[in-house]
Design a protein around this ligand. Structure first.
Ligand code: PLP
Length: 483
């Protein structure tokens, strides 16, 4: 049985005056929250969810969004401290992006880029990305998600070494508690045990080293910089164990996103880069979250000061208005791909014209409104200062990590001794539930609370997020003392 409703309606540019009328009509057709929940429970399997529990409790139904705010089906206005899923960099409801999609669907809704063919949106997007990425990145391969960009990166790395007559370089090294998506290759590269457990079989030749998580894993008497070097040198040890002639690449998120907004000590990335260069191992920056302005630089590896050979992109590339992923390829690797015959990889929707048109509109807007510069010099420092002023001496906050418009708040039993809660994941969930009730979206990863709002956020909206976060963390502290 199929029961569908039309809710989201793009207003054609020429008939913008009808938009309000159309919205009124669509909301008149809307179902009640209870009806939505019943249908959702009857027919929809959600990602990363315990569906039995979710169906019994009912999902939140989000029906509308504008700027940094969401509205649920009961009319509650919620401030989105997570930019959707780390992706809505330009904020919700930007007409420029809707118009770009609408126009492109009229002009050329789809054509493929296989078989000696191309089209203007994918050409313009590639030129624009070459302009926005650091100098050695001038070539881009497209796909539909971050996970696919990871699979594509693996294909490119293996192809590259084959063209260099070094086909034995097959191992890829990644980190525990890293996140690289949920295809089988992405989940194998990621260091999430609970994802490995449910896989048919992992992709071979992938091994993990420890993460640079100072608060959680450093010994009491070690400085952050010494710890950063120690964790980076695990890469060297692993390369020597496998034999450098067998190692293709190392991949890491410049800062770990889904793993808890974990910022490595400043000694970490320079040492990782030194090791990759010394042993001729490709350095891959997974920029799916860090890319497109999150840290106040266009790409997070620029914030940490290292130079990758490949960058994986998605999320902020289109601000989540439509799906798209890409891999940025260093000139050295691109020329090897270009000069050595066919590369046997591609998706039907590689370089999809509508996604490309939306990406162009999104990136143009981020560039022309100087949104990334604002994150670097204005809203980012304001957000970080306010978070530190609010939580540096909070009784259950052990660390405020982050830069620009991304932050991780470490909940802890004893902040000074880095003693964590025995039931950390439960504590995170308690805090997250207080956030929901207070109409703030703040994500919990175990005992870390994460914030990553749209990059267009204003200072007064930042005030609102931090105020609501403080109220939720205070309430969590209170409840725990009661327990
Ligand atoms: C989200 C994410 C991915 C996967 O992207 P999807 O679009 O969900 O497939 C990969 N890497 C990182 C760092 C991510 O945050």
């Amino acid at each position: 049985m199929s029961l569908t409703t039309e809710t989201a309606v793009f207003a054609p540019p020429a008939q913008a005056a009808n938009a309000q009328q159309q919205r009124a009509e669509s909301s008149r057709n809307a179902r009640s929250t209870a009806e939505y929940r019943a249908l959702d429970a009857a027919h929809h399997i959600h990602p990363f969810s315990d569906m039995g529990t979710l169906n019994r409790n009912g999902s939140r139904v989000i029906v509308k969004a504008e700027g940094v705010y969401l509205w649920d089906s009961d009319g509650n206005r919620i401030i989105d401290g997570m930019a959707g899923l780390w992706c809505v960099n330009a904020g919700y409801g930007r007409k420029e992006l809707a118009d770009a999609a609408y126009r492109q669907m009229h002009d050329l809704s789809f054509y493929n880029t296989f078989f000696k063919t191309t089209h203007p949106p994918v050409i313009e997007l590639s030129a624009l990305l070459a302009e926005l990425t650091p100098a050695p990145f001038n070539h881009f391969f497209y796909c539909n998600s971050g996970s696919e960009s990871i699979d594509t990166m693996l294909r490119i790395a293996h192809r590259y070494w084959a063209t260099q007559d070094k086909a034995s370089k097959k191992y890829v090294i990644s980190r525990k508690n890293g996140y690289h998506g949920s295809t089988i290759a992405g989940a194998t590269l990621g260091g999430m045990d609970y994802m490995h457990e449910q896989m048919p079989s992992p992709v071979p030749n992938i091994v993990h080293i420890e993460q640079p998580y100072f608060f959680g894993e450093a010994a009491a008497d070690v400085t952050p910089d010494a710890f950063g070097l120690e964790r980076a040198r695990q890469l060297e040890a692993k390369i020597l164990e496998l034999g450098a002639e067998n190692v293709a690449a190392f991949i890491g998120e410049p800062f770990q996103g889904a793993g808890g907004v974990i910022f490595p000590p400043s000694s970490y990335w320079p040492e990782i880069q030194r090791i990759c260069r010394q042993y001729d191992v490709l350095l891959v920056a997974d920029e799916v979250i860090g890319g497109f302005g999150r840290t106040g630089e266009w790409f997070a590896h620029q914030h940490f000061g290292f130079e990758p050979d490949l960058i994986t992109l998605a999320k902020g590339l289109t601000s989540g208005y439509v799906p798209m992923g890409a891999v940025g390829i260093h000139d050295r690797i691109a020329s090897a791909l270009i000069e050595n015959g066919e590369f046997n990889h591609g998706m039907t929707y590689s370089g999809h014209p509508v996604a490309a048109a939306v990406a162009i509109a999104n990136l143009t807007l981020l560039r022309d409104e100087q949104i990334v510069e604002r994150v670097k010099h204005d809203t980012g420092p304001y957000f970080q200062r306010l978070l530190r002023d609010t939580f540096d001496h909070h009784p259950i906050v052990g660390e405020v990590a982050g830069t620009g418009l991304v932050a991780g708040l470490q909940l802890a039993r004893n902040p000074r001794t880095r003693q964590r809660f025995e039931n950390g994941a439960e504590v995170g969930t308690i805090c997250r539930d207080f956030c929901f009730n207070g109409h703030l979206i703040m994500r919990a990863t175990g005992d870390r609370m994460l914030l990553s709002p749209p990059l267009v956020i204003t200072k007064s909206e930042i005030d609102e997020i931090v105020e609501k976060a403080e109220r939720a963390i205070d309430a969590t502290a209170q409840q725990l003392e009661v327990c």
